[in-house]
Ligand binder design. Structure first.
Ligand code: PHE
Length: 365
């Protein structure tokens, strides 16, 4: 038998294979269990030792060269297939966006993205906590004990059953429990914002049973009210995109901060509408209450597992829906959660308009 000729024929057919399927058929034909070269190998057993001495290497060489040719051809065909796909599947990034985009970004999502962008630039990470809370995280650890009147201030939705540890379960009434969870989980120092849904049994044009807050928490050494004021001022200027935002800090009370400050922002009346900016004391101006804040109460720092002699901090809580209404000019909070596509089409934002500090966080509506 002319092994050299058999080999040449096989190699020619392999070289002529134009796709992976036909190449695989050739592999089976030559090297499969019933394959021709496999069959040749089986003849070795019946040969005389002399014959095997001369023929064996030829058959093995034949198998070797065919195997190599198959592997090489396979790699070549795969590369060609990949090249063809790459050529066919290119994306033209210069194509314009579709003229009628479907759907839009809800103003709350937009504002949450803006908040995260602004605070990330100041070194704040985003933290989250559960909306179904227990009364220890939501109240007790925040220095609101069982009998405290502040528990009644929050119109809390309670669940009928307690958790395994006997704690009353509820829908969180504010994002402040994330303060406790962050301290217990991460220790100090901390620089976070915690945006999310909160729930209170309350409903009118400016209150809905579910709304959004963003909590801010900084824990470090030597933190004082000046840091709080600078942080809020820097945030509000970036958020409302005006340098003339003026803040007024008023003494207030929250069980979890001491001292506590209510932050007002100055506005002017223009065309019957409130426009933020300038001192609220100027003629024709006024002050609008914007958020609650203060230095974190020592008891709260201790409840978070930290030593209040070593660590201090400030916290603030902002109504996200409220600042969205202020910035983008909606006047009824209930419409936020009606799911009316006409409202969303009017007030929603383009999904392609991602808020960035460099481009200005306030997207064009
Ligand atoms: N949790 C408070 C509220 O819901 C807001 C707040 C947060 C006040 C942090 C002070 C510090 O009204």
């Amino acid at each position: 038998m002319d092994y050299a000729a058999t080999g040449e024929q096989a190699l020619a057919r392999i070289a002529a294979a134009t796709d992976l399927d036909s190449l695989e058929k050739l592999r089976v034909e030559f090297l499969g269990k019933q394959g021709s070269i496999s069959g040749l190998l089986k003849t070795l057993g019946a040969m005389s030792p002399d014959e095997r001495q001369t023929t064996g290497p030829k058959i093995h060489a034949l198998r070797e060269s065919v195997t190599e040719a198959l592997t090489a051809r396979k790699a070549g065909l795969e590369q060609a297939a990949l090249d063809a796909r790459l050529a066919a599947e290119n994306i033209d990034l210069s194509l314009p966006a579709p003229e009628a985009p479907r759907g839009s970004i809800h103003p709350v999502s937009q504002v949450l993205d803006e908040l995260a962008e602004i605070f990330a630039d100041m070194g704040f990470a985003v933290a989250t906590g559960p909306e179904i809370e227990d009364d220890w995280h939501n109240f007790t650890a925040l220095n609101i004990p069982e009998s405290h009147p502040a528990r009644a201030m929050h119109d809390t939705f309670y669940f009928p059953d307690k958790d395994a540890e006997g704690r009353a379960m509820l829908l969180r009434t504010h994002t402040s429990p994330v303060q406790i969870r962050s301290m217990l989980r991460d220790g100090a120092p901390i620089r976070i914002i915690a945006p999310g849904r909160v729930y209170r049994s309350d409903s009118d044009a400016t209150h809905t049973p579910m709304f959004h807050q963003v909590e801010g928490l900084v824990i470090d050494k030597g933190i004082h009210l000046g840091h709080l004021k600078w942080t809020l001022e820097t945030f509000l200027k970036a958020f409302f995109e005006r340098d003339d935002i003026v803040l007024r800090l008023r003494p207030s009370y929250f069980p979890f901060t001491e001292p506590s400050v209510e932050v007002d922002v100055g506005f002017a009346i223009q065309n019957g509408k409130r426009v933020l900016g300038g001192s609220g004391d100027a003629p024709g101006h006024g002050w609008m209450e914007l958020l609650g804040s203060g230095m974190v109460n020592r008891k709260v720092i201790a409840a978070g597992g930290l030593d209040p002699d070593e660590w201090q901090g400030f916290a603030f809580g902002i109504g996200v829906d409220r600042i969205a209404m202020l910035k983008y000019g909606m006047d009824d909070l209930r419409a936020f959660f009606d799911g009316d596509v006409r409202w969303l089409q009017h007030y929603g934002f383009s999904p392609l308009d991602v808020p960035t500090l460099s481009a200005g966080v306030g997207a064009a509506a």
